[in-house]
Ligand binder design. Structure first.
Ligand code: ZN
Length: 326
């Protein structure tokens, strides 16, 4: 992700950090709290850049310091990540040792501990001492997606900064900048607010297959050239492999159905499956708005009950028969 986008991605957080820096009111420990995929880590690095940048427009992304932080090679910026899902005491001891080394350059020192909720008790004790007696010009940034699992003593020694979920547009841009096609980025950004989750979905080996299945279903509804039940019977085995895939299938079906409704009410701007306009148009012309909404309600109902279904197959058949009905 482009670092110059952090400000746009988490505007409130960056504003808060900028104001504190300007007023010389920085806290020596921050706890960045927010869902997975809200750019907590990237924002922590961005904060380090704000502190160490030697350029004019801080952080300039061009100076030696900004570039080294971005490449994770600045000696004043330490990052600790859980090893096998745990942050251990040795990692905190190593951190303290690193801080006393001479290879550190003048200026602020920043340590970032990711997924701080995974810290074990003895590591937490060492860290607490470190947090209580901070070295001058030393800043800690702890990140967590699950503040409820954190020791209250850690929370009370840090300033908690809440990260909001990303908006759709940011997720979409981020995906397409990472090399995913525009249409795929658009679809996936409608499935999740989390960039981490979005990448997981886009990389899921079955995702494209499920996407095609959904497109085919609406294509069959539009052309009425074959039986949707028979087609589904032959091509849907993949979605029963795992509830996650089944959920993905229904979510995509719902997005497509909403597209048809949006087309019907002339809200073209919000259509996700933009390359399916012909099919969307055909179905929208054929069905009334009320019927489309009823169908959508059935899909949403099915999605909410998905985990309790014993006979998922039958539930899908019923749903699809309803969509096909002339
Ligand atoms: Zn700079």
């Amino acid at each position: 992700m482009a670092f110059d986008k952090i400000k746009e991605t988490q505007p409130k957080v960056v504003q808060l950090l900028e104001n504190s820096l300007k007023r010389d009111r920085l806290s020596h420990a921050y706890l960045f709290e927010g869902e997975r995929g809200t750019k907590k880590y990237e924002t922590a690095l961005y904060f380090a850049q704000m502190l160490l940048c030697t350029g004019e427009d801080i952080p300039c992304q061009k100076c030696h310091n900004c570039r080294r932080i971005k490449n994770k090679s600045h000696p004043n910026v330490f990052v600790i990540e859980p090893i096998k899902n745990t942050i251990r005491k040795q990692q905190i001891i190593d951190l303290q040792k690193e801080f006393s080394k001479t290879r550190i350059e003048p200026g602020p020192k920043i340590y970032i501990i990711r997924n701080i909720e995974t810290i074990n008790a003895s590591a937490a004790n060492s860290l607490l001492k470190f947090l209580e007696e901070p070295y001058p010009e030393t800043y800690a940034i702890l990140t967590s997606a699950n503040i409820n699992r954190l020791l209250p003593t850690i929370i009370s020694r840090s300033q908690v900064v809440q990260f909001s979920t990303l908006n759709k547009r940011i997720v979409e841009e981020d995906l397409s900048e990472s090399g995913y096609s525009d249409s795929l980025s658009r679809v996936v950004s409608n499935l999740t607010n989390s960039i981490t989750e979005a990448v997981d979905i886009a990389n899921n080996e079955y995702f494209l297959e499920i996407l095609d299945l959904v497109k085919d279903i609406f294509n069959i509804i539009a052309t009425n050239e074959e039986s949707i039940i028979i087609y589904f019977e032959e091509n849907s085995s993949i979605i029963y492999q795992d509830k996650l895939l089944s959920d993905l299938f229904l979510s995509l079906l719902i997005i497509y159905q909403k597209d048809i409704i949006n087309y019907k009410i002339n809200d073209i701007e919000n259509i996700v499956f933009k390359d399916e306009m012909n099919i969307i148009n055909t179905i929208a012309m054929e069905k009334t708005k009320n019927r489309l909404i009823e169908e959508l309600e059935k899909m949403l109902g099915l999605k909410s009950r998905l985990n309790s279904y014993i006979n998922e197959r039958l539930a899908y058949d019923n749903l699809l028969l309803g969509l096909e009905r002339r």
